[in-house]
Design a protein around this ligand. Structure first.
Ligand SMILES: Nc1nc2c(c(=O)[nH]1)N[C@H]1C(S)=C(S)[C@@H](COP(=O)(O)OP(=O)(O)OC[C@H]3O[C@@H](n4cnc5c(=O)[nH]c(N)nc54)[C@H](O)[C@@H]3O)O[C@H]1N2
Ligand SMILES: Nc1nc2c(c(=O)[nH]1)N[C@H]1C(S)=C(S)[C@@H](COP(=O)(O)OP(=O)(O)OC[C@H]3O[C@@H](n4cnc5c(=O)[nH]c(N)nc54)[C@H](O)[C@@H]3O)O[C@H]1N2
Ligand code: SF4
Ligand SMILES: [Mo]
Length: 879
């Protein structure tokens, strides 16, 4: 029997049909879920591979000691109460996450703001959505996302601003690919030529952080052309004249705008013209807009254009801030952010009094609390003395990460709730609380289009893990607040939350009215529904009547001036370091790295750069490269490509201490934030790169995960495989370093096949346990290393054959050459080499390649990449 639930990854919020069998699982897309209509991307498809109990935190821990729940709860409640008694409510903080369920979020916010009495609860959405939230509030009077996914089907033009949808919201992107077959056009604004950009009708590879100039230039152009909807503005919008006056402060000629944004004039003019001519336009904006010291201004500039043209609240026309995490929206609703109360109420007297009245709570936070970056500054300087981190991994994901680690190391009391036993953040926790993971917990999430869906339980709770809301309620009770936290199940939490949205609601759009009396049965059976919810059901589109949640009902256009990046590049740091996501990994890899197939597309950290920047530095394709900023250094493989703007480099954000200690991006990222939203400028830090110049390289395969031998300065990366863990390493030392590594990794006794050439600094060792391979070491100072895949495959064999042993001794696989080109299709395991062969053999469409190789026929996430390989093949053919 299959259960209908929701995917725990991105903000698309796909419905999943899951059939559990013990701890095993079969998943498929839920054809009845309106977000995905049956589709899933590579991450959703691989969900079954990530629900094992390997690596889970299953019992509460104090230090390294396993303790009973009661003791852990008493310790957390006691230390928080004591700290509050001695230093006041603002000496404690919660740092929470868009991966909590709405019920969890609601409970955490209630405890901090209503009972502890501090505003110090903030969420990782500060790193993600905060700029869009402020831009929405300024324009619409509340944090309201006007559009819905259907608008993406109906639009004739979709503009992607700093949004690599093909990789980050793949199922929505697939929906838009379908719309393209009837003529929808795509324009991408992104300094990088991403897969989304590559496939688009037009790509503006703008200079980093020049978006405000671009969107202001567009608005000026629309005004010049008479493409503004004067009637809409007159009836529904305020502030047009102020914005017009602001625009007049700069030269808005297309030539000047094109020059400042670093894009060809002709392309800019095409963009302006198409935008002017296409009423049904949706402007998607994501991290390239939000994660900026001008994140709010970028959002406002986009909203201004849509308000001025009346392209909002209409089918196929809206500005659309897309959410990242599965419940980023739920956190914004329930007050997960330090700057708002629950239910879109603010810290004004009326809002505070109302929420306190509803809760019947002893107190209410007097003012907004610390935003994430400020919160960790306060941890660093001792103002915050106890912090509880839930469902997020700040030691990896916050900017200037080395400073964050130092702050956590110095904090007198760190509590972390997580489902995994080891994360970079948990290593700083004094108390570790085991949380239920996806598939075990029950509750609701809200996706990008305001749609509330149920996540449903598939498995029995493992070990002693508990739901996050329950852990919070237990701590609240131990602090003496039992009355406010006596829920027995998530349905009760949800009902209270829904009641709050409706409480004394005279005009708040966020209203779940009829759900305030939801029965446990109705909660169990809840169908996906978009808020606001009325007696008639959900609401797809907001502002259809042109009325906004402002006192006069008008939207506000907000004048914004273009500025450069917060920190300018310089002679010492001449490059702009941009960071972001890869297709198959989720954030800090605690879950996606459990599925080897998700590790194949991008096996290890890389730095993407333009060949023109790499060449003078002597950096070739695939070379280990040091990326340095004023804050730190990382080492990653160079990927040279003209998809990158000269002067800009890109690193993925995902790698951690556990997978690539020297490949972490965030120790490099500067601490600059948007002054209003507090969102960090993750997309730009001045940087330089240098060749790493290793003297030797090697790899090590073993059944379990290994960390680098201690005391050595190695570049170490771990890449999970189906039957083993592959560790790649390189060093700059001499023979002594090599022999130290050999000593640390080889077994002391057993059956070994060894080949050694000390003169060439090469070594091959294969250790065999009975008939099975136990570990393999290869290193060399000069020659090439063989492909790893055939070795990894040998770990899956029940017994080694004589031919296998011979191959191990020879250091290369026997028989035909192996294809070591990168995996393109993660679902079907198809490599670039096979696709290129198919293209050369005449496959000219993605579907034809699919028929020949299977690639792209499952989830479709790799279709843009296949299209790119076809285009490359055509170029080669023409040449
Ligand atoms: N595979 C995968 N998907 C995910 C996630 C994941 O970890 N993995 N995480 C989810 C989450 S939480 C989020 S927030 C979303 C994020 O989804 P996206 O926003 O699509 O992802 P990013 O790769 O962070 O950044 C998007 C683009 O912004 C561009 N950019 C950089 N600087 C600028 C600039 O100055 N202007 C403009 N216009 N663009 C710029 C970058 O080059 C990058 O291509 O993805 C969600 N989906
Ligand atoms: N350089 C750079 N850094 C970035 C970004 C970027 O673009 N560039 N993007 C930023 C953005 S947009 C985001 S959203 C953040 C994301 O960054 P994080 O939130 O730090 O990343 P995750 O790996 O998703 O962390 C989730 C943690 O919660 C645990 N977990 C999963 N489910 C549950 C649960 O149900 N309960 C509990 N208690 N724990 C659970 C996981 O094991 C994991 O440890 O990263 C930000 N950092
Ligand atoms: S697009 Fe992929 S990651 Fe996002 S919700 Fe759907 S299946 Fe999950
Ligand atoms: Mo995010």
């Amino acid at each position: 029997m299959s259960v209908r639930t929701a995917c725990p990854y991105c903000g698309v919020g796909c419905g999943v049909r899951a059939a559990p069998d013990g701890r095993a699982l079969a998943v498929m897309g839920d054809a009845e879920h309106p977000a995905n209509l049956g589709r899933l991307c590579s991450k959703g498809t691989a969900l079954a591979k990530t629900v094992g109990l390997e690596g889970r935190l299953l019992h509460p821990m104090i230090g390294t000691r396993r303790v009973a729940w009661n003791e852990a709860i008493q310790r957390v409640a006691g230390r928080f109460a004591e700290t509050i008694a001695r230093h006041g409510p603002d000496s404690v903080a919660f740092y929470v996450s868009g991966q909590l369920l709405t019920e969890d979020y609601y409970a955490a916010n209630k405890l901090m703001k209503g009972f502890i009495g501090s505003g110090n609860i903030d969420t990782n959405s500060r790193l993600c959505m905060a700029s869009a939230v402020i831009a929405h509030k300024l324009a619409f009077g509340a944090d309201l996302v006007p559009g819905c996914y259907e608008d993406l089907d109906l639009a004739d033009l979709v503009v992607f601003s700093g949004h690599n949808a093909a990789w980050t919201h793949p199922v929505l992107y697939r929906r838009m690919e379908v719309a393209r077959t009837r003529g929808q056009r795509h324009m991408v604004i992104d300094p990088r030529r991403t897969d989304t950009a590559e496939a688009a009708d037009l790509h503006l590879a703008l200079a980093p952080q020049s978006d405000v100039r671009l969107w202001n230039g567009l608005l000026a152009d629309l005004i010049r052309r008479g493409a503004v909807d004067r009637g809409y503005v007159a009836a529904h919008v305020a502030g047009f004249a102020d914005v017009e006056a602001e625009l007049a402060q700069a030269d808005q000629s297309p030539a000047a705008v094109a020059a400042d944004c670093g894009v060809p004039l002709a392309d800019l003019e095409t963009f302006f013209r198409l935008f002017a001519e296409t009423p049904r336009t949706v402007s998607l904006f994501s991290m390239g807009a939000n994660q900026s010291a001008q994140g709010v201004a970028k959002g406002s500039a986009i909203l201004n254009v849509h308000l001025a043209t009346g392209r909002i609240g209409k089918p196929g026309a809206c500005p659309f801030s897309i959410t990242g995490q599965p419940n980023a929206m739920g956190g914004r609703e329930t007050g997960g952010m330090a700057t708002t109360l629950a239910g879109h109420m603010d810290f004004d007297d009326a809002g505070r009094a109302r929420v306190q009245r509803f809760w019947g709570s002893p107190t209410i936070a007097p003012a907004a609390g610390l935003k994430a970056i400020d919160m960790f500054d306060a941890v660093a300087d001792g103002r915050v003395k106890a912090i509880w981190i839930m469902a997020t991994n700040p030691a990896v994901s916050l900017p200037n990460a080395s400073r964050i680690r130092a702050a956590l190391a110095a904090c007198p009391f760190v509590v972390a709730s997580d489902c995994m036993a080891e994360t970079d953040t948990l290593s700083f926790a004094h108390v570790k609380l085991p949380a239920l993971a996806w598939g075990e917990k029950d509750g609701t999430v809200t996706n990008s289009e305001r749609r509330i869906s149920r996540q449903r339980r598939l498995f029995d709770p493992p070990g002693e893990a508990r739901a996050d809301w329950k852990i919070i309620a237990d701590v609240a009770a131990a602090m003496g607040y039992g009355d406010g936290f006596g829920w027995r199940n998530p349905a009760q939490v949800f009902r209270e939350w829904a009641r709050l949205t409706a409480y004394e609601n005279a005009g708040r759009v966020l209203n779940l009215g009829p759900m305030a009396t939801i029965t446990p049965e109705a909660y169990e059976a809840l169908e996906p529904v978009q808020w606001p919810v009325t007696a008639a059901g959900g609401t797809a589109r907001l502002f259809t009547d042109g009325r906004y949640q402002t006192p006069d009902g008008r939207a506000r256009m907000v004048p914004v001036a273009a500025r450069g990046p917060a920190e300018a590049t310089s002679g010492a740091f001449p490059l702009s370091l941009n960071t972001g996501r890869v297709r198959d990994h989720w954030h800090t890899m605690t879950r996606t790295a459990l599925a080897p197939e998700l590790c194949r597309h991008t096996p290890e950290p890389y730095v993407e750069m333009h060949p023109a920047d790499a060449e003078p530095l002597g950096i070739g394709e695939g070379a280990l490269t040091r990326v340095q900023t004023a804050r730190g250094e990382a080492v990653a493989l160079a990927r040279l490509t003209d998809r990158q703007r000269p002067g800009s480099v890109f690193m993925p954000m995902h790698w951690t201490e556990a997978f690539a200690p020297s490949g972490r991006a965030n120790p490099l990222v500067g601490p600059q934030v948007d002054p209003r939203s507090g969102q960090p400028e993750f997309k730009h830090t001045p940087a330089r790169v240098r060749a790493y110049r290793e003297t030797w390289r090697g790899f090590f395969l073993a059944r379990g995960a290994w960390t680098a031998p201690s005391g050595l300065d190695l570049v170490w990366r771990r890449i999970p495989q189906a039957g083993c863990q592959l560790h790649e390493f390189a060093g700059r030392g001499d023979a002594r370093e090599r022999s130290a590594v050999q000593k640390a990794l080889t077994r002391k006794a057993g059956d070994v096949l060894r080949y050694e050439d000390p003169a060439a600094g090469s070594l091959r060792e294969a250790w065999i346990d009975g008939d099975r391979l136990d570990r393999v070491i290869f290193f060399t100072t000069v020659g090439a290393l063989p492909p790893r895949e055939w070795l990894a495959d040998l770990f899956e064999a029940d017994a080694l054959t004589a031919a296998d042993r011979m191959a191990l001794l020879m250091g290369r696989p026997s028989g035909r050459a192996v294809d070591a080109s990168p995996i393109v299709c993660a679902c079907r395991g198809v490599r670039a080499g096979r696709i290129e062969t198919a293209v050369a053999a005449g496959c000219a469409t993605v579907d034809a390649v699919g028929e020949a190789t299977g690639a792209g026929t499952s989830c479709g996430s790799c279709r843009p990449e296949i299209a790119r390989l076809i285009a490359k093949g055509e170029v080669r053919h023409a040449a």
